[in-house]
Design a protein around this ligand. Structure first.
Ligand SMILES: [Zn+2]
Ligand SMILES: [Zn+2]
Length: 453
């Protein structure tokens, strides 16, 4: 029986594109007593794999926390797989506002000690003594109360691109860190103030509210279903959004626009921007905010070091990476000295710019460059990392900058340093030539080759 992924992310993306069917990005969680998490995990994998459901899911003895992409046509069947469990009967599924068929490309279900890493010892307080759940309108009303303190329980890089008006935004990189900081900061307000809390989908507040009540806070409230459900309600009921900017999400989209206000800056040039991206240097992969101009200029890199690295031959990049700990840096979320405009500490909701309509729909950032079509991909030799293209227009020469583009490949830029035409090393190639060159990533049949002008 298949209990793990057999397809790579690239292969999956290609299948999804070929199927051409709509998928829904959604999330849900449930706290419950799970006797055998391993068996629960395997049962879910078998049921969901059959429905072509993908995502990142954590299960533990305390419950389940899932972020997923499900084919729209299988949505009801998927819901049935949840309703089969008593503790998930009538469960609310947070469906994303903006859809992207590539939000998840694998089905990964992991058994963990906890479904959220909160660093709390659940034995020391009553986890069921939670805060009062508020709907969008109730949350708005409480925000207007001068006696309210509102705290953003997400990480700093998430709050940076969007948060509620007047929220305290702890300068933390993970949820675990934020609990003691907030407790310390609000010592004097335990008795009389309303402690109003929110997070992305509501799960973090489920534990945090109980923890703060245990710490002596008398009036604890939480946004039911988090920002995702809040957004759904304000749209459906035509309520004013008190959330400003973008809601950061943990899938390939990296953010859903809630209002057209841009409240953050490009970390490289400081211009108004709220598009997160990962550094193109695979050995870095730093998450940071980058505008389209800096993206084009820096070729999606976070620093000149990374820019230099991606132009090295692939073998040398791999050799340099040996012994380096890559994983940790991925979650350093924009904390790099190379980034001059990274904000820290309290954030304002001052609107620096307005997002244009086109950008709202352009979920994944595209590099906008002047280019001319040269030809299409014919083959990729995986072992030798050599790509083969057929030239159909113009020509190509050593030193040319090219852009390779396709649904799976995305948009990748490289400079041609060595070129073969019909198997012979050459400086230039013309229409009709079958060219090959070393390429550090795999290309797909019919990927387009452009020369950058
Ligand atoms: Zn910039
Ligand atoms: Zn980098």
């Amino acid at each position: 029986m298949q209990l793990y992924n057999t397809l790579s992310a690239e292969e999956r993306a290609q299948l999804i594109d070929e199927a051409g069917k709509e998928r829904l990005t959604l999330s849900f969680y449930a706290y419950a007593k799970i006797e055998d998490p391993k068996k629960f995990r395997d049962d879910l994998f078998i049921a969901w794999n059959a429905l072509d459901a993908l995502g990142r899911i954590y299960v533990a003895t305390e419950g389940i926390n899932a972020q997923m992409s499900v084919p729209a046509e299988n949505f009801e069947a998927f819901r049935d797989t949840l309703e089969a469990y008593d503790f998930m009967k009538g469960i609310r599924l947070n469906v994303a506002v903006e859809q992207d068929n590539h939000s998840f490309l694998k089905l990964t279900i992991k058994v963990r000690n906890k479904i959220v890493a909160d660093g709390l010892n659940d034995e020391t307080f009553d986890v069921t003594n939670k805060g009062i759940h508020l709907k969008a309108q109730e949350f708005n009303n409480m925000l207007e109360d001068p006696n309210t303190i509102v705290v953003d329980f997400r990480n700093h890089y998430e709050s940076e691109v969007g948060h509620f008006e007047g929220a305290i935004t702890p300068d933390v990189e993970n949820f675990r860190e934020s609990l003691p900081i907030i407790n310390e900061q609000l010592q004097d307000y335990k008795e009389d103030k309303n402690l109003l809390m929110y997070c992305t989908g509501g799960i973090r507040c489920e534990k945090a509210s109980a923890y703060f009540k245990h710490q002596g806070f008398k009036n604890v409230y939480q946004l039911e279903g988090g920002i995702i459900e809040y957004t759904r309600q304000i749209k459906e009921e035509n309520i004013e959004s008190k959330f400003i900017g973008k809601n950061f999400v943990f899938d390939h989209r990296l953010g859903e626009r809630i209002t057209d206000d841009i409240i953050s800056q490009c970390h490289q040039c400081g211009k108004p921007c709220d598009n997160h991206t990962n550094c193109a240097n695979d050995a870095c992969h730093l998450l940071f905010i980058q505008c389209d101009e800096c993206k084009a200029k820096m070729e999606n890199c976070c620093s000149t070091e990374c820019l230099e690295t991606i132009h090295l031959p692939w073998e040398e990049q791999v050799a340099r990476r040996k012994g380096l700990q890559v994983g940790n840096k991925i979650f350093r979320k924009g904390k790099s000295d190379a980034l001059k405009f990274k904000q820290s500490g309290d954030l304002s909701t001052l609107t620096l710019a307005k997002a244009t309509k086109a950008k709202t729909n352009d979920v994944r950032q595209k590099i906008k460059v002047k280019k001319t079509l040269i030809g299409k991909a014919e083959h990729y030799f995986t072992k030798s990392k050599i790509a083969q293209f057929l030239i159909e227009n113009n020509g190509l020469a050593v030193g040319d900058k090219v852009l390779i583009s396709g649904p799976t490949t995305g948009e990748q830029q490289i400079t041609i340093t060595e070129l073969f035409a019909n198997g012979i090393s050459t400086e230039t190639a013309k229409v009709g030539d079958q060219i090959t060159f070393v390429l550090p990533f795999r290309v797909r049949l019919s990927d387009k080759l452009y020369k950058i002008l």
